[in-house]
Ligand binder design. Structure first.
Ligand code: ZN
Length: 499
C-alpha cells in the first residue's frame, strides 16, 4: 500500500505543478501582461490545462484509488482524507462523458459571447435559447452522478461539497424571514451620509494604508504580494506564494480598502494550510463557502467593526488629513456601514447582500427542478426583488442579465457559497470569542494575533482535509445555524440605526 500511496502522491504533485504554472500565467494575464500577449496566453493556458487533465484522468490514477480504497481504514487519517478528496476530483472529471464536456465547452463560449452583447442591448430574448441549453446541460451533468436527493446537489458539490440543496434551502429560508423585516426597519430610517468616502484619495496612500493593515492582520508578505488588477482576486502558486490583487478608485475610499481586507482573508487561509499537504488536493481551502467565511471575517466582522476603526481611524485621518480631519469617527463608521436597497449584487452592502444571493439560489433551484421556465425567469426575478428588497429594475440589464454566472455554460451551484460564507463567518467568530473573549479588545488595540492564531489552529491548517460539513461539526460541535449571524446583524445594525 505504501508503494501505491507514494505513486499517487508523485502523480498528484506533477498535476499540482501544472495547475500552479497555469495559475502564474493567469495571474500575469490579469496584472502585467501587455495586450499583445492575449492570444498566445490563452493557448498556453489551454495546453497546460489539457496536460493536467490528461494526467489526472489517466486510468492508472483510478487503479491506484481503487487499490487504496480497499484498505482505507488502515491508512493514517491524513492519507485517508487525501484518497477521499482525490476520488471526488477524479470522479468529477471521469464521470462526465468527454462528448458532453466538448458540447458544453462549445456552448459556454457562445453563451458568454451572446451575453456580452445581449446585456448592454437589454435583449433577454437573445440569450434565452442559450440559457435554456445551459439548464439542460446542467441537468445532464447532474445525472452523471446518480443517487442525488436534489438535482442541484451534484452541482453544489463542485464548489461546496456536501452542502445539500435541502440544507441550504432551509438555512436560506430562515435567513430570509429574518433579513427582510430587518432591512425594512433599517431602510425606513434616514440613510447614512457617505460623502466622506467620496473625496479624492490618492492611490499610493490608499495602497500603503491597506497593506499596513493586512500585514498587521497576519498576511505574510514574505510568502505573498499585492498587485493591481481590474477584478480583485487571491491566487496561490504554493503554500509559500499566495498573492492578492486589488484595484483603487481615487474617488471611493471603501472600494480598494475593503477589497484588500477581503482578499487578504482568502490568502491568509491558504498561507495557513499545513505545509505537509503541499502538492495534493488537500492543500487548499475546503469549499467556496468556507473560503468566503474567511474573507468576510476580515473584511466585515473585523474591518467594519467599531473597535477596529476606534484604533485605525486616527491613523487614517493622519494619512488623509485634508479629507478626514473634520469628519468624526462616528460619521465615518456609519458611512462604511451604510445600508440601502439596491439592484446590483456586487455593489450591495453587508445587510442586503444575502438577499441578492438567495434570490439567485432559489431561482436556480426552480430552473433545475423544471418548476420555472426560462421564459418566465425575468418576471420571477422582478417579483422576488420587489418582495425581498422593494425595488424593481427598470430593465433586464440590472435584472436577470446582471451576473455572468448563468451565462458561462451551466446553471447551478455558483451562488450559495457567498451567503453560506457569511453565515459561517459569524458562527466561527462566535466560537473564537467563546474561546478568547479578549479578541474584540485586542482588535481595538490593532492586535490580531489571537484571532489569527485561532483561525489557523481551527480552520486554516486543515486545508481540505475535512469537508465543509465535517469542519463545521468539528469547530462548532453542531450543524450550522443562522443564529449567530442574525444576532450579529441585529446587534450591529440595531445599534447603528437605534432599532
Ligand atoms: Zn471572496
Amino acid at each position: 500500500m505504501e508503494r501505491e500511496l507514494v505513486e499517487l502522491k508523485t502523480r498528484l504533485q506533477e498535476i499540482s505543478d501544472l495547475n500552479s504554472a497555469s495559475a502564474v500565467l493567469s495571474w500575469d494575464q490579469a496584472t502585467y501582461m501587455p495586450p499583445g500577449g492575449a492570444a498566445a496566453r490563452s493557448r498556453q493556458m489551454a495546453t497546460l490545462s489539457q496536460l493536467s487533465q490528461e494526467k489526472f484522468t489517466d486510468a492508472a490514477v483510478g487503479h491506484l484509488l481503487d487499490a487504496l480504497e480497499k484498505q482505507i481504514d488502515a491508512l493514517p487519517e491524513d492519507d485517508a482524507a487525501l484518497v477521499r478528496a482525490t476520488r471526488r476530483n477524479y470522479d468529477r472529471l471521469v464521470k462526465v462523458p468527454p462528448q458532453l464536456v466538448a458540447k458544453i465547452t462549445n456552448h459556454s463560449a457562445m453563451a458568454y459571447q451572446t451575453w456580452t452583447q445581449a446585456r448592454p442591448a437589454n435583449d433577454f430574448a437573445a440569450v434565452a435559447p442559450y440559457l435554456e441549453k445551459s439548464v439542460a446541460y446542467a441537468q445532464e451533468v447532474a445525472d452523471c452522478f446518480p443517487g442525488y436527493d436534489h438535482i442541484a446537489d451534484p452541482l453544489i458539490d463542485w464548489s461546496d461539497y456536501g452542502m445539500k440543496a435541502a440544507t441550504v434551502k432551509a438555512l436560506f429560508a430562515d435567513l430570509r424571514a429574518q433579513l427582510v423585516p430587518l432591512v425594512e426597519a433599517v431602510t425606513a430610517q434616514e440613510s447614512a451620509d457617505t460623502s466622506c468616502l467620496h473625496q479624492f484619495f490618492p492611490q499610493d496612500k490608499q495602497r500603503a494604508f491597506g497593506e499596513k493593515i493586512i500585514r498587521q492582520f497576519g498576511y505574510d508578505f514574505d510568502r505573498g504580494r499585492q498587485d493591481l488588477t481590474h477584478h480583485p482576486f487571491a491566487t496561490k502558486f504554493s503554500i509559500g506564494d499566495v498573492r492578492i490583487t486589488t484595484r483603487f478608485d481615487e474617488h471611493n475610499l471603501g472600494d480598494g480598502l475593503f477589497s484588500t481586507l477581503h482578499e487578504s482573508g482568502h490568502a491568509m487561509y491558504e498561507q495557513g494550510v499545513d505545509p505537509g499537504y503541499e502538492g495534493t488536493p488537500l492543500d487548499g481551502g475546503t469549499s467556496a463557502g468556507v473560503h468566503e467565511s474567511q474573507s468576510r471575517t476580515w473584511e466585515n466582522l473585523v474591518g467594519r467593526s467599531r473597535a477596529f476603526w476606534t484604533h485605525y481611524y486616527p491613523e487614517l485621518q493622519a494619512t488623509f488629513p485634508e479629507q478626514l480631519n473634520t469628519v468624526s469617527l462616528d460619521t465615518f463608521y456609519r458611512a462604511v456601514n451604510s445600508v440601502k436597497r439596491s439592484l446590483i449584487r456586487v455593489d450591495a452592502d453587508q445587510l442586503t447582500y444575502d438577499l441578492h444571493v438567495m434570490i439567485r439560489f432559489d431561482l436556480e433551484l426552480a430552473l433545475l427542478e423544471g418548476s420555472l421556465s426560462i421564459q418566465d425567469l425575468p418576471e420571477a426575478w422582478h417579483a422576488r426583488y420587489e418582495a425581498d428588497l422593494g425595488v424593481h429594475a427598470p430593465s433586464d440589464i440590472d435584472g436577470v442579465l446582471q451576473d455572468v454566472h448563468w451565462y458561462g455554460g451551466l446553471v447551478g451551484g455558483a451562488f450559495q457559497g457567498y451567503t453560506l460564507g457569511n453565515i459561517m463567518s459569524a458562527a466561527f467568530y462566535d466560537r473564537a470569542l467563546a474561546d478568547h473573549p479578549t479578541i474584540p479588545d485586542e482588535i481595538g488595540q490593532g492586535e490580531f494575533g489571537t484571532l489569527h492564531g485561532w483561525l489557523k489552529e481551527n480552520i486554516y491548517q486543515y486545508g481540505s482535509r475535512y469537508t465543509a460539513p465535517e469542519l463545521i461539526e468539528r469547530v462548532l460541535g453542531a450543524p450550522l445555524t443562522i443564529d449567530p449571524y442574525i444576532a450579529y446583524l441585529k446587534s450591529k445594525f440595531g445599534e447603528l440605526y437605534a432599532l
